[in-house]
Design a binder for this molecule. Structure first.
Ligand code: BGC
Length: 739
């Protein structure tokens, strides 16, 4: 992506971070990594044979009652621990989840952290700067708690809106996802800590997650999911890659010669280390296939990367060389991050009030206004009566479940178990952050009579809705790592609740707190819809700010909302009819076989699939309303540079997200987002925008090269992926080049 027009709130972010991250430095660059690599080689030479498997395996330093793990004294309870080598001054690795903040792990450490909004909300900002700020903030908290590795950087493309981890990821588009994850990683790694990028690769569903086998051609993978990783790596220089649970082309992603050795290390020349996902290592041969470190080894069927690996290295020079290279890579990451020279000591005080502002600003930029009939929003601060209904809005805002769950100090305001009593049951509870939309709404409209009903009984909710000028219905869709959703309807009768309230009150506004897309059978009956996703530590305040117009909504959908699952490449999610819900994702018998065919859509994920099929979405990728209006004009494309002007044609200040799409190539439909910029504009103001197009987005992957044919390339600015402006066509010569 080209020149960014800076977000007007950047100064706030910088101020907050300067106060909180005393250790902040320039994140590692390619040059830092090169220097670290040379230093790592010297350390490997100095290692004794018995030291060579210390850095290649780790444990989960928490007592889950799973047996014989000895937790070292210097470990910080969290996701992972890899012992250091004192003699050589190599520090232990202390790892915590994840992309949304320092995870709470069922209250294990009994300390809270600042919860950023969900990944999909972060992506809805289309603002790399805000992801950098969030990354710097959560990296600072990880460091303050004594961690030096953050298991962040979730960037799997959203190939299916039913994926239970949609909330953790960013988008369905490789450019948007790659640019944003790169910015977040840069922010995280500005704290002398290592960030991962994950889950490499094609980890598109949770159903049968440890054995689902993904079929996809090399070309389609390179033009989609792998491109998101590649752009993320270029932008963010993550020092670690976490490989995924699933299989690709019949091989476990964590023991996959093609993905790890060929693509990541050889073709891309990436110098960091590959850590496994927890419980994703099939055996010792994963080392030869490119895995450098076995994480949380007690979750695997064996401790493969200790004595077994040492024995192999003793017996075979090929294995000995590989073992040296594994050490070299882990050490490169340690030195490049500087975690030996700037150790994370832990026990530091965190300025939660300042960090909450980062979470709140993110939420304000990523909440998406989907419908606003008759300008019912923003609400008047002089409103007389408001009925707030449902969604636990009296107490807080929902967050997603699984290893990425973050809670503030004191834990959740409401914690509702899903079900189950196993080790992982505590990780998949429905938890609400202490940020009450009801209180925030009441504060915005001090003269109003604000009533609340929990929405369990429709008659009662309808009664209150009838008595108020406006009804605001909060609805939730809890999603979690480990479990996909079976369909896109709101659960537990909430669709019926909305329809009944809308029939009782003509000014019904729906606030969605969902993991990802949902269908909206009640849409024509309500006046306004606000997609608040999982809005994080200050979500209640951010929602109220949007509802009452202190914040002019500027989020844009980073994922297509389909009208129905029939429009998806796979109307039935593979395995959804026979795989029993199971957080770990283990097969019930060794013979469970599950395939997902990603060649159906190939690299045409999300809006590209919709364009190819000529389908109309419920709400398209890139869509989002504002309280003002914008016009983009004067598109000119010269070579790989596009210029145009964006104007705020309305009455309020606001931010527009300019989107540039390739629409056709030599007359064939080939829709691809090729550039974007968030532009802040005062009422009436215009600004010029210039974008540089990444040539990979115009090309195909063919016979080991990026290849773009000679011919006519047509581009258009889009309000969203379906609402495109006038086409501008240029002729480009044929070109092909290596990664
Ligand atoms: C998840 C990873 C996470 C790891 C450690 C796994 O279940 O897939 O994203 O980093 O656990 O908690």
């Amino acid at each position: 992506m080209g020149k960014m027009v800076l977000w007007s709130g950047a100064a706030l972010g910088a101020m907050v971070l300067a106060a909180s991250t005393a250790q902040a430095q320039e994140a590692p660059t390619a040059a830092t990594i090169k220097a670290a690599d040379a230093r790592a080689a010297a350390t490997v030479k100095a290692m004794k044979p018995e030291e060579k498997t210390i850095l290649t395996h780790g444990i989960m330093p928490m007592d889950l009652g799973m047996g014989n793990v000895v937790i070292p004294k210097d470990a910080v309870p969290g996701a992972g621990y890899i012992a250091g080598i004192d003699r050589l001054g190599v520090p232990a690795l202390k790892e915590t989840d994840a992309s949304l903040g320092v995870s709470y792990v069922m209250g294990l450490r009994k300390d809270g952290a600042t919860a950023l909004p969900s990944g999909v909300l972060q992506a809805a900002t289309w603002n790399p700067e805000i992801l950098y700020n969030g990354g710097a903030m959560i990296g600072g908290e990880a460091r303050a708690k004594g961690f030096n590795v953050l298991l962040a950087g979730g960037v799997n493309l959203m190939r299916d809106p039913r994926n239970g981890r949609t909330f953790e990821y960013l988008s369905e588009d490789p450019l948007l996802s790659g640019m944003l994850v790169g910015a977040a990683i840069r922010g995280i790694q500005s704290n002398h800590i290592i960030s991962t990028i994950k889950h490499f690769a094609l980890n598109g569903q949770e159903t049968g997650r440890k054995y689902v086998d993904i079929k996809i051609s090399e070309a389609a993978a390179k033009e989609s999911d792998l491109l998101a990783f590649k752009i993320g790596i270029e932008q963010g220089q993550p020092l670690s890659v976490m490989c995924a649970y699933n299989r690709v082309g019949g091989q476990n992603a964590c023991s996959n010669d093609f993905l790890l050795n060929k693509v990541l290390k050889k073709d891309w020349g990436w110098k960091g280390f590959v850590m496994s996902d927890w419980g994703a290592v099939p055996g010792v041969e994963a080392a030869i296939n490119g895995l450098d470190q076995q994480s949380g080894a007690e979750l695997d069927k064996g401790l493969f990367f200790a004595d077994k690996l040492a024995d192999k290295a003793k017996a075979d020079p090929k294995w000995a060389a590989r073992l040296d290279n594994m050490n070299q890579r882990v050490l490169t990451a340690i030195y490049a991050a500087g975690i030996d020279k700037f150790p994370a000591k832990g026990g530091e005080k965190i300025d939660f009030a300042a960090h909450a502002k980062v979470a709140e600003e993110t939420a304000k930029q990523g909440i998406v206004l989907l419908k606003n009939e008759g300008g019912v929003l923003p609400l008047m601060k002089t409103a007389k009566s408001i009925a707030v209904i449902g969604g636990y809005a009296d107490g807080g805002v929902l967050s997603g479940g699984g290893s990425s769950q973050v809670q503030g100090e004191g834990g959740a305001v409401y914690s509702i178990p899903l079900s189950g009593t196993g080790v992982w049951a505590g990780l998949i509870g429905q938890n609400y952050h202490r940020s009450s939309p009801l209180k925030a709404i009441t504060a915005q409209a001090p003269q109003a009579k604000v009533t609340y009903r929990d929405g369990r009984y429709i008659t009662d909710a309808v009664e209150k809705a009838k008595q108020a000028e406006v009804a605001v219905v909060f609805v939730t869709q809890f999603t979690t790592e480990g479990l996909d959703v079976p369909d896109l309807h709101l659960p537990q009768g909430q669709d019926e609740l909305i329809a009944a309230v809308a029939a009782a009150n003509p000014n019904t506004i729906v606030v969605l707190e969902t993991g990802g897309p949902v269908v909206m059978p009640w849409l024509p009956k309500v006046k306004a819809v606000v997609e608040a996703w999982y809005p994080g530590a200050r979500g209640g305040e951010a929602i109220a700010s949007v509802l009452f117009g202190d914040t002019n909504p500027s989020g844009r959908l980073p994922i297509t909302f389909p009208a129905s699952t029939d429009q998806l490449p796979r109307p039935k999610l593979d395995g959804s009819d026979w795989v029993e819900p199971n957080f770990a994702g283990d097969p019930t018998s060794g013979s469970d076989i599950l395939h997902a065919d990603y060649d159906i859509e190939g690299s045409d994920v999300g809006y590209r699939w919709f364009a190819r099929k000529g389908q109309k979405a419920l709400f398209p990728f890139g869509y989002g309303l504002s309280y003002t209006s914008f016009q983009s004009s004067g598109l000119s494309v010269k070579g790989l540079t596009a210029t145009f002007t964006v104007k705020n044609t309305g009455q309020r200040d606001g931010d527009e997200v300019a989107q540039l799409y390739l629409t056709t190539r030599n007359g064939e439909v080939k829709q691809r987002l090729v550039g974007f910029a968030r532009v802040s504009l005062k009422a009436g103001e215009s600004k010029p925008v210039s974008l540089t197009i990444d040539p990979r987005l115009l090309a195909d992957w063919k016979n080991g090269l990026w290849t773009s044919p000679k011919g006519t390339y047509s581009f258009a600015l889009g309000k969203d992926a379906e609402t495109l402006g006038e086409k501008v066509s240029i002729t480009l010569p044929a070109k092909s080049w290596k990664e």
